[in-house]
Write a protein that binds this ligand. Structure first.
Ligand code: DX5
Ligand code: ZN
Length: 219
């Protein structure tokens, strides 16, 4: 059986105490830190940018999995590399130069990722699957934590898994949005390698023990 990876979404953590939250979730057994970057244009929410990613990198031993929900990501790829992103995932709908972006991301020694909104068809990302290290299936409309899981997106996961096998590719399949104790098992069964979870991990007591228990429930 393949390894299962958990990437807590810092969006649901306590931003006033980010360094401590990162330490706790690391101690709790997280594998990656998922960082949601939103610009108020591509999605109707504004979160954090490069300076905060850089600050997170400075206090984290875990790889940073940066999810860009911004228009024209090509403007900022270099800065996200400098800030210390390890994975950099772009939305296929956010630029007309997807291929160039993915090539640039790799050139800058980051791992390229591609993602799509729930309503976008897999056909739109198919041309890029040989260029990436990670494909992210959104199981909520991007923009906010704490939304309900969209079950109909799981068929994309199964398709990506068999496409990967057939074509001898090696991308990781990640799922983001509404992942909790119930939906996590459906995600693994469909073929996910990495689950992102915000509210399910950062709920309850702010202790490493509680975060560990929350992570364990997803495995
Ligand atoms: C939504 C973000 C997610 C979000 C997940 O646009 O991409 O990473 O923080 O939060 P939960 O796990 O609460 O749905
Ligand atoms: Zn995300």
């Amino acid at each position: 059986m393949n390894k299962k990876y958990i990437a807590p979404s810092l969006l649901s953590s306590d931003f006033a105490d980010l360094k401590t939250e990162i330490a706790k979730v690391t101690e709790a057994g997280a594998h990656l830190l998922h960082v949601d970057v939103m610009d108020g244009h591509f999605v109707p929410n504004l979160t954090i940018g490069m300076p905060v990613v850089k600050a997170i990198k400075g206090v984290s031993k875990l790889p940073l999995d940066v999810h860009l929900m911004i228009d024209k990501p090509e403007k900022y790829i270099e800065e996200f590399a400098k800030a210390g992103s390890d994975f950099l995932t772009i939305h296929v709908e956010s630029t007309t130069t997807v291929k160039d972006c993915l090539i640039q991301i790799r050139k800058l020694k980051m791992k390229p990722g591609i993602t799509l909104r729930p309503k976008t068809k897999l056909d739109d990302i198919k041309p890029f699957l040989a260029l990436i290290d990670l494909v992210l299936i959104m199981t909520v409309e991007p923009g906010f934590g704490g939304q309900e899981f969209m079950h109909d997106q799981l068929e994309k996961v199964s398709w990506l898994k068999s496409y990967r096998d057939k074509n001898k590719l090696s991308y990781l399949i990640q799922i983001d949005g509404g992942v909790n104790e119930q939906t996590a098992q459906l995600c693994w069964e469909a073929g996910a390698d990495v689950l992102v979870a915000g509210s399910a991990i950062f709920s309850g007591e702010k202790t490493p023990e509680n975060y560990r228990a929350n992570i364990q429930k997803l495995l």
